[in-house]
Design a protein around this ligand. Structure first.
Ligand code: JET
Length: 241
C-alpha cells in the first residue's frame, strides 16, 4: 500500500512515520509512505506558500500554485484527501475502505485553509477527524494513517483480525483483565477464570452491549436498537435495561 502525505512540516511527519507500527511496516515493505514538502515547489527567494485572503479577514490561505506543483510532481496515489474540519467525518468504515485499496494520499492544511481551487480541482474528497479545529492537518493525517495501517494484512503482529474489535460490530470493547487476580481488593470477575469458554464469550458480549448502551446509545440506534435476544442476554447477566 502506498500513502503520499503533503505537508508544510515534513520533518514532523517523517519522525512520526518512522516509529512504532508504521516504522515497522515501512521497514518490512508493507507500507510505502512518502512525505512531500509543500514548500519544495514554492517560487521566489521567499518560497511563499500562503497569502492573505481575498475579501479580507484574519489569517493566511494556502496558495494554489505551490500546492498544485508539488502534487503534480509527485503523481500521488489517488484518492487525494484534504484534511480539515469541513470534511466528511473519518470513521472505522472509511479506514476499512482505504485499507482495502492500493493506497491514498493526504493533504495537510495550515493557516485558515486551502485556496478553494485546491479543494475544487485537485483534491478528490475532504476528510475531518472530528468537530474541533487543529492548527494544521498533520495530527489528523497521523490518525488516518495509523487507523488504516493497522488494518493492512501483516502490519499487526497478532493473527486475530484487527476488525474483531470495537466498532467492527458497532459495539464498544468488553472489559479486559490480566494478572494479578486481585489488585488492591479489586478482583478479576470469577467467570473469566472459570475456564468455561462459552460462558466467557457470553459474558463479554453482554458487557460490550451494556457498555455501549450506557456510553454510546447512538451506536445501538445505528444497529437498529437491541434485539430480543440481546435484551435477554443482558437480563441473564444482571445488566438489563
Ligand atoms: C481538522 C481535521 O483542523 C483540522 O485540520 C487542520 C485544518 C485547520 C484549518 C483549516 C484547514 O484546511 C482545510 C480547508 O478545507 C477547505 O481549508 C485544516 C479538524 N478535524 N479534522
Amino acid at each position: 500500500m502506498r500513502v503520499d502525505i503533503f505537508t508544510l512540516f515534513p520533518d514532523i511527519v517523517d519522525a512520526y512515520l518512522g516509529v512504532s507500527l508504521m516504522g515497522k511496516a515501512r521497514g518490512e515493505g508493507l507500507l510505502d509512505l512518502r512525505v512531500h514538502d509543500l514548500r519544495s515547489h514554492a517560487a521566489g527567494v521567499h518560497r511563499m506558500v500562503d497569502d492573505a485572503p481575498y475579501g479580507g479577514g484574519a489569517g493566511m490561505v494556502l496558495m494554489p500554485e505551490p500546492v498544485f506543483a508539488c502534487v503534480e510532481a509527485a503523481q500521488p496515489q489517488r484518492p487525494l484527501l484534504g484534511l480539515g474540519p469541513a470534511g466528511r467525518t473519518f470513521d472505522q468504515r472509511l479506514a476499512r475502505d482505504l485499507a482495502s485499496g492500493d493506497g491514498f494520499s493526504l493533504l495537510c492544511g495550515r493557516y485558515e485553509g486551502f485556496d478553494t481551487r485546491i479543494t475544487d480541482h485537485l483534491v478528490d474528497d475532504e476528510v475531518s477527524i472530528g468537530d474541533y479545529v487543529l492548527a494544521g492537518g498533520e495530527a489528523a493525517a497521523f490518525v488516518v494513517v495509523e487507523a488504516v495501517a493497522r488494518l493492512v494484512p501483516g502490519v499487526l503482529g497478532n493473527a486475530a483480525s484487527p476488525d474483531e474489535e470495537s466498532f467492527a460490530e458497532g459495539l464498544l470493547e468488553y472489559p479486559q483483565y490480566t494478572r494479578p487476580p486481585e489488585f488492591r481488593g479489586w478482583a478479576v470477575p470469577e467467570i473469566l477464570r472459570s475456564g468455561d469458554h462459552g460462558k466467557v464469550a457470553e459474558w463479554r458480549r453482554a458487557q460490550a452491549l451494556a457498555r455501549t448502551v450506557a456510553r454510546r446509545p447512538e451506536l445501538i440506534e445505528v444497529r437498529g436498537g437491541l434485539t430480543e435476544s440481546e435484551r435477554a442476554l443482558l437480563e441473564r447477566w444482571g445488566l438489563g435495561v
